[in-house]
Design a protein around this ligand. Structure first.
Ligand code: ATP
Length: 244
């Protein structure tokens, strides 16, 4: 009998190559995202983070390779209710109140009022529930957009730079929220181009120029590079790769 301690895999990507316009922007990526954990997708602007996320949620045409999400091919109809995706640009209805935005998504996902209230609370927008989308600040719109994804209680939550433009207090609260979701079994894939967010993650996918340069935990990144600061460690890893 075999004994395995590895957690189950929520997302498996194998040999993924994607072209956008005339350029190949992902070069044969292979990776795994464990279930019930927070995976950080990190790398400089333009390295392909959004393209990888789009491939996972099934909105990206791929050249070759396979992407399997919760056991089904990415983009399958069966995954629609099981996967939540929050894009970088907030996407809420500007002429609806925050509560009505959430109620709309709750109806789509067969969720109730309690789920709407929980999602409002989670993003700290309770007192803005009656405010229209176009009367929110940029950061509040970002949070409302996130709440729309939370209300469906997806098993996999893909978040493209969810903390950009948020103040430090709110960032900390959101990461706490992500941690609670993961503890309850949700798988989170969160992109960022700031390495100081990496410490909130269980595992890191480090990208550069359309390639995956490492998949490891923050502790392993420190160990491998001998650097405590994760930003420096990432840069050291790149230099080590170039020398190898
Ligand atoms: N619609 C498009 N047509 C052609 N090329 C595109 C398109 N969208 C993105 N690209 C290119 O694909 C590459 C990867 O872009 P992507 O948006 O995935 O990067 P990213 O890592 O998410 O960047 P950022 O952190 O700035 O959001 C970039 O070089 C970009 O110029």
């Amino acid at each position: 009998m075999s004994h395995t301690t590895s957690p189950p895999v929520a997302v498996r990507v194998d040999g993924l190559t994607v072209a956008r316009g005339k350029r190949t922007v992902l070069h044969g990526l292979s990776l795994e995202i464990p279930s019930g954990s927070i995976t950080g997708l990190l790398g400089p602007s333009g390295c392909g983070k959004t393209t990888l996320m789009r491939s996972i949620v099934g909105t990206q045409i791929v050249e070759s390779g396979t992407v399997t999400v919760l056991g089904d091919p990415a983009g399958s109809a069966a995954l629609r209710r099981r996967v939540g995706y929050v894009t970088q640009a907030p996407s809420i209805y500007s002429d609806l109140s925050v509560r009505d935005n959430l109620a709309y998504y709750a109806a789509l996902y067969d969720r109730g009022r309690a789920d709407v209230d929980a999602a409002l609370d989670a993003v700290g927008l309770g007192e803005y529930a009656a405010q229209r989308g176009d009367q929110l600040s940029g950061g509040q719109q970002t949070r409302a957009s996130l709440a729309c994804a939370l209300v469906g209680k997806p098993e996999l939550l893909v978040l493209d730079e969810p903390t950009v433009g948020l103040d430090p207090v709110l960032r900390v609260e959101l990461w706490k929220q992500f941690r609670e979701l993961a503890a309850a079994g949700t798988t989170l894939l969160v992109s960022s181009h700031v390495m100081d967010e990496a410490d909130h993650c269980d595992r890191l996918l480090l990208m550069r120029e359309g390639n995956l340069i490492a998949q490891l935990s923050p502790g392993e990144l420190r160990e491998r590079t001998g650097e405590q600061n994760l930003e420096t460690a990432f840069l050291t890893l790149i230099t080590m790769g170039e020398r190898a």
